[in-house]
Design a protein around this ligand. Structure first.
Ligand code: AMP
Length: 116
């Protein structure tokens, strides 16, 4: 069984978070350490540790996460200027929380894709 992280507690509303969207399969909440004016994390309600653990049956869920991210970008009024979706995977990817999540970042020009 997948080990739980703090994100499962947020999904179950056991610890506080600024949840901006939730449905039967995903939860979205504001990042506690925002890197841009809009910085939201979209997570599956059932934890998947990393992209390396994604199975074919997860494809609809991942598509849904991305669609929710795009809808939230529209709601945050950052869609016309553009934004960035980011998934960190594993150690080299800089992943800190091992519960798959898509970062939605926007609200300012984000610069080059990678830090120098
Ligand atoms: P990553 O490096 O892709 O694993 O990103 C993990 C993100 O989770 C970071 O941007 C953290 O700031 C964010 N984070 C960690 N704990 C919390 C929390 N309790 N509520 C909201 N965001 C969090």
């Amino acid at each position: 069984m997948t080990e739980e992280t703090i994100f499962s507690k947020i999904v179950r509303r056991e610890i506080p978070a600024d949840i901006v969207y939730q449905d039967d399969s995903v939860t979205a909440f504001r990042d506690i350490n925002p890197q841009a004016p809009t910085h939201i994390l979209i997570v599956p309600n059932e934890p998947i540790p990393t992209l390396n653990d994604v199975k074919p049956e997860h494809e609809p869920l991942l598509g849904h996460m991305i669609r929710v991210a795009a809808e939230l970008a529209a709601k945050e009024e950052i869609a016309p200027d553009g934004y960035r979706l980011l998934v960190n995977c594993g150690r080299h990817g800089g992943q800190e929380v091992f519960h798959l999540h898509v970062h939605l970042l926007g609200g300012r020009p984000l610069g080059p894709m990678l830090a120098p």
